[in-house]
Design a protein around this ligand. Sequence first.
Ligand SMILES: *[C@@H]1O[C@H](CO)[C@@H](O)[C@H](O)[C@H]1NC(C)=O
Ligand SMILES: *[C@@H]1O[C@H](CO)[C@@H](O)[C@H](O)[C@H]1NC(C)=O
Ligand SMILES: *[C@@H]1O[C@H](CO)[C@@H](O)[C@H](O)[C@H]1NC(C)=O
Ligand SMILES: *[C@@H]1O[C@H](CO)[C@@H](O)[C@H](O)[C@H]1NC(C)=O
Ligand SMILES: *[C@@H]1O[C@H](CO)[C@@H](O)[C@H](O)[C@H]1NC(C)=O
Length: 363
Amino acid sequence: MAKLLLLTLVGLALALLRDHRASYQKRMNAFREVTPMDLPNCHFIKGINSGAEDLEILPNGLVFISAGLKYPGIHSFEPDKPGKILLMDLNEDDLAVLELNITGYNFNLSSFNPHGISTFTDKDNAVYLLVVNHPDIMVTVELFKFQEREKSLLHLKTIRHKLLSSANDIVAVAPEHFYATNDHYFADTQLQSWEVYSGVAWSYATYYSPENVRVVAKGFDFANGINISPDGKYVYIAELLAHKIHVYEKQANWTLTPVKSLDLDTLVDNISVDPVTGDLWVGCHPNGMKIFSYDPDNPPASEVIRIQNILTEEPTVTVVYADNGTMLQGSTVASVYKGKLLVGTVFQKALYCELEQPSAQPH
Ligand SMILES: *[C@@H]1O[C@H](CO)[C@@H](O)[C@H](O)[C@H]1NC(C)=O
Ligand SMILES: *[C@@H]1O[C@H](CO)[C@@H](O)[C@H](O)[C@H]1NC(C)=O
Ligand SMILES: *[C@@H]1O[C@H](CO)[C@@H](O)[C@H](O)[C@H]1NC(C)=O
Ligand SMILES: *[C@@H]1O[C@H](CO)[C@@H](O)[C@H](O)[C@H]1NC(C)=O
Ligand SMILES: *[C@@H]1O[C@H](CO)[C@@H](O)[C@H](O)[C@H]1NC(C)=O
């Protein structure tokens, strides 16, 4: 009898493990291979070789890039170097990046580990840069003011809060007001891989202002990118391991009301929003296994999708660029400016492409 019970329990455990394994493989999209989708005019951006995890383009063509992320369990080509913020000007013919100097008291440059970034431009055209930082595997949000003439960032403030304890990405609505996703990856360094493995969906989004901090959406299986529509009415959240983009309506009191969700066949990382058309551009990982365990012989692929008319019954989803990792590994973010596309990656290079072929010169 006892033996029978034992056999039943072993059988049950094996069945649970099998189901869990199947659901883990599904969450990771473990069997997905990409069909390459080339763009005719792409170049690597000189000077970026250890990641461009996040980037944001200002309306005048200046780009801020967060580079050199160290993320537990994820590959890095420069594990001993602090991260940095790079600047690039898309109006120049020969694109080059410049490392921004960081000034200000009490800012530890040697532990700078920038992750998601967001900018805010005030009515006097002052530009603020908000950066999710992981100094020594902790989590802070750093507020900087961009000094354009000096090409530097003045550090103004470090923000810490228990509802930002595992912040990943951020979208600013004022210098000290923002929404952030918490991926729950940094919540407990011992448990982090267990959480990703088990799929407990403890990840959430927070609204932060100096007077009021609260959870505005929760129950995500790794909430990742977050962004806002050009009219400020909708907030978009990428749920990495559920392969979904969620749309929320932003209320006057900053509460988020669910509107709809879009299912995709890829791990959705960052969302950027075209300020002109409102289209969403998403940097994606087609197959999560390859990003979470790096193998140079079988590198993670890259995929960029564009979502048009997300609020309508039938949004148009287009794969604009896809590569099996031969060129570009582990894309996280894609953003457009005047017919040009920038694609960043977790730990490798960044790509610059012309979306439209220059029209033939008239004779
Ligand atoms: C950054 O600071 C260093 C040292 O103070 C200086 O030599 C360098 O020129 C500065 N870079 C820029 C772009 O201003
Ligand atoms: C700055 O960060 C480094 C690297 O993590 C650390 O060793 C050092 O103690 C920090 N310095 C201060 C003043 O906190
Ligand atoms: C891009 O993704 C990273 C997280 O993987 C995040 O930190 C960053 O802020 C995202 N950028 C945008 C524009 O959403
Ligand atoms: C915010 O506003 C919404 C819609 O008006 C309301 O349902 C919600 O209770 C409010 N929440 C808070 C925290 O004030
Ligand atoms: C990726 O695609 C290229 C051609 O586009 C091919 O040569 C290469 O073998 C492929 N690599 C993998 C890992 O599938």
